[in-house]
Unconditional design. Structure first.
Length: 201
């Protein structure tokens, strides 16, 4: 269970972390240092099929916070970043009685994306994310708050596809989808829609 939560967080983080506040022309003008804040609609899939009585659904997880930097890796432009990106999902079961639980996994991630300009303000992005878990919690039926200390140190990694739009030369918005590749706790793979607001100095 701890592994699933972790992977889910990672996917949301990677997509969101992409920075679109750069000036996009025929050749992208890479930004310097920047910061971002946002969130994700996290979810997860399972390696094995779940019983019909059990469902995993998306839920809003907040916040995504981090720093970014534009750089060149040889001829390849990159946007790299590091930040806190929680993952999460909603668990619902209906056996003899109904149970609902909200999972949140605290993750720190490193990510990198390659921006592709499609206009003077918009870019498409693709890249990867890797992270490690700081812990987490599960809230059962909106009341019981249980710490998930056993998941500390669990890794997650995946790919991200998304895009960004520059509102001004310094402010931009980003949105993307994270696809987790790691089998968290041999059970889950995280995924989700990530969004953020970025500011470049």
């Amino acid at each position: 269970m701890k592994h699933i939560l972790k992977m889910f967080l990672a996917f949301a983080t990677l997509v969101v972390a992409q920075d679109s506040t750069m000036n996009v022309e025929k050749e992208p003008s890479l930004p310097g240092w920047g910061v971002y804040i946002g969130g994700a609609f996290g979810n997860a899939t399972t390696v094995d099929d779940l019983p019909d009585e059990v469902k995993l659904e998306s839920r809003l997880v907040l916040p995504n916070i981090g720093v970014t930097k534009g750089l060149m890796l040889g001829p390849v432009p990159l946007i790299v970043g590091f930040g806190y990106h929680p993952r999460g999902f909603a668990y619902k079961s209906n056996f003899d009685y109904a149970v609902e639980a909200d999972y949140q996994i605290d993750m720190v991630d490193f990510w990198a994306t390659v921006p592709y300009p499609v206009s003077d303000r918009a870019i498409l992005q693709a890249g990867f994310l890797v992270g490690t878990c700081l812990g987490g919690k599960v809230i059962i039926d909106g009341e019981d708050d249980i710490d998930l200390e056993e998941i500390e140190g669990e890794p997650d990694f995946g790919i991200m596809l998304g895009g960004g739009f520059a509102i001004t030369e310094q402010v931009g918005v980003n949105c993307g989808y994270y696809i987790g590749l790691a089998e968290f706790d041999d059970i889950y793979k995280f995924n989700g829609l990530v969004f953020n607001l970025g500011y470049n100095f």
